[in-house]
Design a protein around this ligand. Structure first.
Ligand SMILES: [Zn+2]
Length: 349
């Protein structure tokens, strides 16, 4: 988690081109749309134009592209030509969805690419390409309705990768929606990192951390189930959840009132209803939960339903841990799970 203090420290390191901070943070520069490593030789931005990230993936998801001068994806040591080739291939076509045959076209072995990327960046090449693509769509969502309107009036239809990336992830280009149901999506900056919220005028369908594993698939499932398209914007349930989450993160709210829609199988819905009953500040094990729904042997299915939750924090799947007291899994990452459990325990006192 990057605090206000970290921010000052990182900015100083950036000014000093301090090599000790290589790999500790990346900086996104709002005025240019690129992200850099701390020692970038380019002229340093003003602090108000900097956003700091702990991983390259987070910077990509926030819609920054890698700087051509400091090549944030090729440090600290020189990367192989293979990795460089792949990064460049993504930049040439950032909205593309990569398949195995695309590697063949580049004469690259898919599993070598996977291994080298993972070793270097802690994510596979496919995850890298997805983060870059998601980032493009997220850029429009972050900008909100005004950005879409501006793009429409300045020939959005002909603008590069944006439309493709956006429609591949969110369902359709805004101008082509026609009769379909429309959901709105907003970017929420929270203490625990950026989240995305999707709702119509009545209920909230999804709220997730932007870097959650599998978010793109979740969004796709949501679109297909509701036969809908998603455009940037806000609705009453989004404004409500944003307000409630802020209060929650400050330890001032223990129960959410924003209207929710559970989109899942009857079994999943049953599990989610039961999850909502776990009191603030307490935890349960997967087998406790299985017993509570009257299916004590189904704890694996329960764990899966837990993982399929699309309403992070609001349906408190972070309150479910392993029987032995270990944290278990969490789609938003274990650091966040731990933080949430601690927040609730602290706030109860
Ligand atoms: Zn740079």
């Amino acid at each position: 988690m990057i605090t206000a203090e970290n921010k000052k420290e990182y900015y100083q390191a950036l000014i000093d081109k301090n090599t000790e901070y290589e790999g500790v943070f990346y900086v996104g520069v709002k005025t240019t749309g690129v992200f850099c490593r701390p020692t970038c030789p380019a002229r340093k931005p003003k602090i108000e134009n900097c956003e700091f990230y702990e991983t390259a993936q987070q910077a990509l998801l926030a819609s920054f592209r890698p700087c051509k001068r400091c090549r944030p994806l090729s440090h600290p040591n020189q990367v192989s030509e293979l990795v460089q080739l792949l990064v460049e291939a993504v930049e040439a076509n950032p909205e593309k969805r990569w398949k195995d045959r695309d590697f063949q076209e580049l004469s690259v072995n898919a599993s070598t690419a996977r291994r080298q990327f993972e070793k270097r960046f802690g994510m596979t090449f496919i995850e890298y390409a997805r983060a870059r693509r998601m980032g493009l769509a997220m850029k429009l969502i972050r900008g909100g309705e005004a950005v879409i309107e501006a793009q429409l009036s300045t020939g959005y239809e002909s603008s590069s990768g944006f439309r493709d990336a956006f429609s591949r992830i969110m369902g359709a280009a805004p101008a082509l929606l026609g009769e379909r149901k429309i959901l709105k999506a907003s970017w929420l900056d929270t203490k625990l990192g950026p989240m995305i919220a999707i709702a119509d005028n009545e209920t909230l369908y999804l709220v997730e951390f932007v870097d959650r594993r599998g978010l793109e698939r979740e969004v796709e499932r949501l679109r297909q189930k509701l036969k809908s398209a998603i455009i940037p914007g806000s609705t009453q349930p989004i404004r409500s959840i944003e307000h409630e989450l802020n209060q929650y993160f400050d330890g001032k709210l223990s129960e959410f009132k924003t209207p929710l829609c559970f989109l899942g199988s009857p079994f999943q819905k049953h599990v989610w209803e039961e999850l909502k009953k776990i009191p603030y500040g307490e935890t349960r094990s997967y087998s406790d939960l299985a017993k509570a729904i009257g299916k004590p042997s189904a704890f694996r299915a329960v764990a899966q339903a837990n993982g399929a939750n699309q309403l992070a924090i609001v349906i408190p799947c972070h309150r479910v841990i392993n029987t032995d007291g270990e944290l278990g899994g969490y789609g938003g990452g274990l650091i966040r799970k731990k933080w949430l459990i601690n927040l609730e325990k602290r706030s109860l006192k």
